[in-house]
Design a protein around this ligand. Structure first.
Ligand code: SAM
Ligand code: SF4
Length: 326
């Protein structure tokens, strides 16, 4: 059995949000204060998450990324990794984190079977990092990255490209690809942060690619992009960089992903409202077949594309990426 939407796209990737809480306040993600949080009583348990991932794996999901909020605020996250790893069909489990608690948990996550981690790091400049995350923690995050690499993880960096970030800062990441072999993926600023989003703040991903390409020769990656959100390039002298242009270079046609919120809502697209409420099925101990039937028909609601428009008034009020699972 395979989850397949109305446009023939097969669903193979799942993002699982394990919390909507975060210890950072990145300017592009949330306001400094006044954040509405889900009641903890609405959180799925790890057993419930594992059951749903197991069912989705029966329907063709192969890759799971744990995210949030900040997933490493869950002290026992390694337990969830250990629960997901043996599920038949799941081939790849990864984590996206701000890296603040990585030094503490790298070994436990490795022992649980995790092998890939993406760390969000928007600047290699400490002051700019502080300004963007609103937390003075560059050194600590960098230590976390080093600890993860030393443990054996394949580590990539995520950097949101903002107009306010000096281009030299972004170019420096390509230098890191060359000197350390660490891949950075530049992400276009999306309207998933409420009032803080303005069209003028978006730095089109092509401009980042051009700036990096002026400093380093970039050759398109020979690895087929497939359903990957990033368009990757080999950096002259070693390493890779990736570019994710959700707004100006959308990749919806090849989308193979859905997102499970910590409250059990399966979101079919980051930018759209269509979602499937799975928590009631879990609370009523519905049999797997009932959930499978709901998923197989519900996935047909997945829209052809995100339908983003620059002048859409909803850009200021879309659900936060933190609550959907980034
Ligand atoms: N807290 C973790 C972290 O920061 O890596 C995981 C959750 S975070 C929501 C997941 C990813 O979404 C991060 O790489 C972050 O940079 C990105 N992100 C958050 N808000 C964004 C926005 N408005 N536009 C583009 N990317 C965003
Ligand atoms: Fe927290 Fe990640 Fe959002 Fe930054 S991007 S505020 S680290 S959830």
């Amino acid at each position: 059995m395979q989850l397949i939407d109305s446009f023939g796209r097969e669903i193979h990737s799942l993002r699982v949000s394990v919390t909507d809480r975060c210890n950072f306040r990145c300017t592009y993600c949330m306001p400094p204060e006044g954040i509405e949080l889900l009641p903890r009583a609405h959180f799925l348990t790890y057993e419930q998450m594992t059951r749903l991932v197991g069912i989705l794996a029966r329907l063709g999901v192969r890759k799971v990324r744990l995210t949030g909020g900040e997933p490493l605020l869950r002290k026992d996250l390694a337990e969830l990794v250990a629960m997901l790893r043996p599920l038949p069909g799941i081939e790849d489990i990864s984590l996206t984190t701000n890296g603040y608690h990585l030094t503490e948990y790298a070994q436990a996550l490795w022992d649980a079977g995790l092998r890939r981690i993406n760390v969000s790091l928007d600047s290699l400049d400490k002051a700019h990092f502080h300004a963007v995350t609103r937390v003075d923690a560059f050194d600590r995050v960098w230590q976390g990255i080093e600890a993860a690499i030393a443990t054996g993880f394949r580590v990539k960096l995520n950097a949101v490209a903002l107009k306010e970030t000096p281009m030299d800062d972004m170019v420096a990441f390509a230098g890191l690809a060359k000197s350390r072999g660490i891949e950075t993926r530049f992400i276009e600023f999306m309207p998933l942060c409420g009032q803080g989003w303005e069209p003028d703040k978006v730095l089109p991903i092509a401009m980042v690619r051009e700036a990096v390409g002026r400093a380093f020769r970039l050759d398109p990656d020979e690895i087929a992009r497939g359903s990957s959100v990033a368009e990757t390039y080999r950096v002259e002298g070693g390493g890779r960089v990736g570019f994710i242009g959700s707004l100006t270079e959308p990749f919806c046609e090849h989308c193979d992903r859905v997102r499970l919120g910590v409250d059990g809502r399966l979101q079919l697209c980051l930018f759209r409202d269509e979602s499937l409420e799975l928590r009631p099925f879990l609370e009523h101990h519905a049999p797997d077949e009932e959930i499978i039937n709901y998923l197989m028909s519900g996935v047909k609601l997945k829209a052809a594309g995100h339908g983003f428009r620059w002048d859409d008034p909803r850009n200021q009020s879309r659900p936060n990426i933190r609550s959907i699972g980034g």
